[in-house]
Write a protein that binds this ligand. Structure first.
Ligand code: CUA
Length: 318
């Protein structure tokens, strides 16, 4: 009962919500360890002060001849051993559960790169920074990194896995509540690491079916400039390209249209439709002077109409 109350209090004050099937189990083990630690800490600290006060020697140089107590030795060896065994088997059981992906899990491919996430669905489209999944359905993420070490972390789900280049990393979860949950990158991956943020959007099954259909068609009714602005925000282009003239990791979009760009190989070119298209699909081909070529390719991520939108959006930023 006491554990239950403490658990409820602690959970709401300093742990995120529990929104996956595994979250409760992870927290229970955490609190089990946590409260035992507090218990032993208090016993040791209080015992230390109490005994040093009670048995304080009044005559200098004389201490008690007491040097051994078998019952005590056995108690403080066996009890912690039992406790660590409980923690070990409990931990192993939870670890297995977190690492064995259910057979019927839906799969999404995840790519981490400086400094955003992309999610590719079996249905054949890709989203940036928004992972949309149905509620009460196991989801398996097959993750890889395009460049450096990243880590995929969803606190509300209690799941985290490093994402590294040249091999696939797996992670699975089953969300238990409809809502939006934060994704953080938890391996330092360069200048905009802290802005490598995403969201898991958990939808009801029917909403998810609807979303799948919508996500797979390009909405022709959105004007190109607006579509471009949406893409700019959705793909977090702002982490590198400002729209107010300040230069961050890449050149600002403001006033860039029609200007002349000087490149690290000595060449130069005027920014027009083809220049932007090439910058999006093959960003490493021409690196603007004064910048490092860190931009990833958006080939296969942006569709033709979305690229047209970005071009119109850049044109509008005079
Ligand atoms: Cu990606 Cu830090």
């Amino acid at each position: 009962m006491l554990t239950f109350v403490l658990n409820a209090v602690a959970q709401t004050t300093w742990l995120p919500d529990q929104v996956s099937t595994i979250a409760h189990e992870v927290d229970s083990l955490f609190y089990f360890v946590y409260y035992w630690v507090i218990f032993f800490f208090l016993i040791v600290v209080i015992g230390t002060f109490y005994f040093s006060w009670k048995y304080k020697s009044k005559d200098k140089g004389l201490t008690s001849p007491l040097d051994h107590n078998n019952a005590l030795e056995i108690t403080w060896t066996v009890l912690p051993l039992l406790l660590t065994m409980v923690v070990f088997f409990w931990g192993a059981k939870t670890y297995m559960k977190m690492n064995i992906v259910p057979y019927d899990a839906m799969e999404v491919n995840v790519k981490g790169q400086k400094w955003f996430w992309t999610f590719t669905y079996k249905e054949g489209f890709t989203t940036s920074n928004d992972l949309v999944v149905p509620v009460n359905k196991p989801v398996k993420l097959i993750m890889e990194s395009q460049d450096v070490l990243h880590s995929f972390y969803v606190p509300d789900f209690r799941v985290k896995m490093d994402v590294i280049p040249n091999r696939y990393m797996m992670l699975w979860f089953e969300a238990t509540e409809v809502g939006e949950y934060d994704i953080f990158c938890t391996e330092y991956c360069g200048r905009s690491h802290s802005e490598m943020l995403g969201k898991v959007k958990v939808l009801s099954e029917s909403d998810y079916e609807k979303w799948l259909v919508e996500a797979n068609v390009v909405d022709e009714s959105i004007p190109l400039v607006e579509l471009g602005e949406m893409i700019y925000k959705k793909n977090a282009c702002y982490t590198c390209h400002s729209i107010d003239g300040s230069n961050i990791i890449g050149p600002s979009f403001k006033g860039v249209w029609g200007s002349t760009m000087k490149h690290t190989d000595g060449s130069s070119a005027i920014v027009d439709e083809n220049y932007i298209l090439e910058s999006i699909l093959e960003p490493q081909k021409k690196i603007v002077e004064g910048y490092q070529g860190v931009m990833p390719s958006y080939k296969g991520i942006l569709r033709d109409r979305e690229i047209e939108g970005v071009i119109e959006y850049i044109k509008s930023l005079k």
